[in-house]
Design a protein around this ligand. Sequence first.
Ligand code: GLV
Ligand code: GLV
Length: 327
Amino acid sequence: MNIFVTRAIPESGIKELKKKGYTVTIYPKDQKIPRKELLRGVQGADAILSLLTEKIDDDVFESAGAQLKMVANYAVGFDNIDLKSAKKRGIIVTNTPSAKVSEAVAEHAIALMFGLAHRIVEADDFTRAGKYRGWGPKMLLGTDVIGKTLGIIGTGNIGVAIARRMHDGFGLKIIYSDIKRNPDLEKKMQAKYRSKEQLLKEADFVSLHVPLLPTTRHLISTKELKMMKKTAFLVNTSRGPVVDEKALVKALARGDIGGAGLDVYECEPLIDCDPKDSYELRKMNNVILTPHTASATIEAREEMSLIAAKNIIAVLSGKKPLNPTKV
Ligand code: GLV
Ligand code: GLV
C-alpha cells in the first residue's frame, strides 16, 4: 500500500504506518507543497495524508488514480477537501477530532480572551519598548474575565471544552447558539440557548467554533458586529471566512467592539485580504493575531498524526474509518 504525505508531520502516526509495512512517501520540504508536486506525488497512492493548506479536489483524485481509497486530513476542519467529488468517486475522507485537540484549541481561544482582557500583548510591547517608567494606577487598564458572559457560537467538542473551563474555572455565564440545542451543556454548565443575534447583544466574549460551510461564511459581518457590546471581544479560532474581515476591520476602527483575537484569516496566510490595503489589523493594539496555531501543541499535533494514521490503517484494512467527515 502506498501512502502519500503532503508534508512532514509529527512522527507518531508515520511510525504506525511504517509498522504496517506501507510505503510512506513524504514531500521532503518543510513548506506548502506546490500544486504540481502534489499532483505528481499522489499518483498511485492508496491513501493521501493531507494538510489543511492543500486543496484536495477532483484533479487530485484524478491524478491519484482509481486505486485511491481515502484522504486523511491532518486537521479538525476539512473545508479544503471537495467532499462531493470524493463521495462521487467513493473516496473516504477523515479528519482528526479528539479530546486532546479540542483541549488545545480551547486553551488557545481562552488564552486569546485573557490576552485581550488583560492587554497582555500590548503590555509586553510597552514594556519591551522601554516605556515602563513607574507603576501607575490607570496604566494599561484591562477588564476582568471572571463573572462575565461568554457567548459560544458552535458547541461541538471545542466549544464545549471552552464552556466547561470558563464556567467551572472562572464563573462565566455561558450562552450559546447552534443549529441545535445542547441539553448536556445546558444541564452541566447552566448554559442558556440564544439566537445568534441575542447572543451577540449579551456576550462580553464571543468565541466562534463552527465549521466553514456555505451557511457559515460571513456568519459575522457588519450587522452582527454592530449588535455586539462596544466592550466585547471577538475570538476566532475556527476558519477565517466565518468572519467578514473587511467588516471586522471597519468595526474595530470605529470602536463598535472592544477588540479581537484571531488565529485564522479570511485570505490566509495574508492577514488583511487586500495585500495593498495597509495591514490595518496589524496596527491595532486591541487585536491579538496568531498564525493558525491554536492546535499547535506537541501533544495535540502528535495525537492528530496518530489519528490520521489510525484512519488510514482502518480503511486500508477494509474496516470502517474512525473519523469519517460529517457535515
Ligand atoms: C486546524 O485549523 C484544524 O482544523 O485542525
Ligand atoms: C500592585 O502591585 C499592588 O500591590 O496593588
